[in-house]
Design a protein around this ligand. Structure first.
Ligand code: PBG
Length: 327
């Protein structure tokens, strides 16, 4: 056979395959999202997210230690308050659940990098991501509360804040308030390109944050659009975002790639609760090999252009990297 080019030459054994690998990953780029709740002595499994738990502040230390042992050095906290009201006051209460979790984690684990999700939906009685005006979320009056929330997180010990609400102008509002308070060095990771997605279903059960009426389509993006995602990303960079996130990850790899090509900040991809739940469910039925799927999906996100990967499988992925099965 007269054939000079044979791609298989570079696939002959594991050594050569690893030599020519195009995507290389590092545990340092993993972020683990974690649910903290009110109460004490609680570690309750989330029914739709087998293997994931809601922790009361006194019980989260053990899990944080296991994460750090696995090589995952960054977490993102989501708070589950006992009390909800119209204006989501628990979000910016200095003794709110996230604020207390931050102080405790900061004390116990000075080296752990603490990120917080900044949003109102877990704290509002109506479950929307901001203040209501009639049946819609009012953009501009929500900005002040988001900025207050971010500031209270930073003052409680957050290293980075991550607004996920999708209000226009929130990165600028948060940046301004943090700077005025002297926190000029605290980065903002913006959920800049966040789609209105059914993949968040299990999360909303986990956090009790499903909207009481309607949906989030008037603020989260329409999944038919990718140019609009670039617009959102560039806008947030202009407003001062330090990291741009695309969310979800699995069905949006094209968007990750396009955003990667136009922004000069790091890009994060969030593999969300529905992605986690699908893998868990299919693996339980014996239809897929869980570990291999987890690894393949993670590599896919990085190959698409993600620099940072947020995933409920952070510990498992760190292990796969450690064993040299991906990476
Ligand atoms: C808060 C928020 C959500 C998620 C992250 N931050 C839910 C939503 O927008 O409805 C989803 C995370 C996941 O599904 O894993 N707004």
């Amino acid at each position: 056979m007269d054939m000079t080019v044979r791609p298989r030459r570079l696939r002959g054994n594991d050594t050569i395959r690893r030599m020519v690998r195009e995507t290389r990953m590092d545990k340092a780029s993993l972020i683990y999202p974690m649910f903290v709740r009110e109460g004490s002595g609680i570690r309750e499994e989330i029914p739709s997210m087998e293997g994931q738990y809601r922790y009361s502040v006194d019980c989260m230390g053990f899990e944080l230690e296991r994460l750090m042992d696995a090589g995952v050095k960054s977490v993102m906290f989501f708070g589950i308050p006992d009390h909800k009201d119209e204006v989501g006051s628990g979000a910016y209460d200095e003794n709110g659940i996230v604020q207390r979790a931050l102080r405790e984690a900061r004390k116990q684990f000075p080296d752990l990098y603490l990120i917080t999700d900044v949003c109102m939906c877990e704290y509002t009685s109506h479950g929307h991501c901001g203040l209501l005006c009639g049946h819609d979320v009012d953009n501009d009056s929500t900005l002040e509360l988001l900025a207050k929330t971010a500031l209270s997180h930073v003052e409680a010990g957050a290293d980075m804040v991550a607004p996920s609400d999708m209000m226009d102008g929130r990165v600028a509002a948060i940046r301004r308030m943090l700077d005025q308070a002297g926190h000029t060095g605290t980065p903002i990771m913006s959920y800049a390109v966040k789609y209105a997605s059914a993949f968040y279903g299990p999360f909303r059960e986990a956090a009790g944050s499903a909207p009481a009426f309607g949906d989030r389509k008037s603020y989260q993006m329409d999944f038919h659009n990718s140019r609009e995602g670039i617009r959102e990303a560039l806008l947030d960079v202009e407003e001062g975002a330090d990291i741009i996130m695309v969310k979800p990850a699995l069905a949006y790899l094209d968007v990750i790639r396009e955003v990667r090509n136009v922004v000069n900040t790091p890009v994060a991809a969030y593999s969300v609760s529905g992605e986690y739940a699908m893998i868990k469910a299919a693996a339980k039925l014996g239809y897929i090999e869980e570990e291999r799927i987890i690894g393949e999906m993670a590599v896919g996100a990085y190959r698409a252009g993600a620099d940072i990967y947020l995933t409920y499988f952070a510990k498992e992925i760190a292990k796969l990297m450690e064993e040299g099965r991906i990476g």
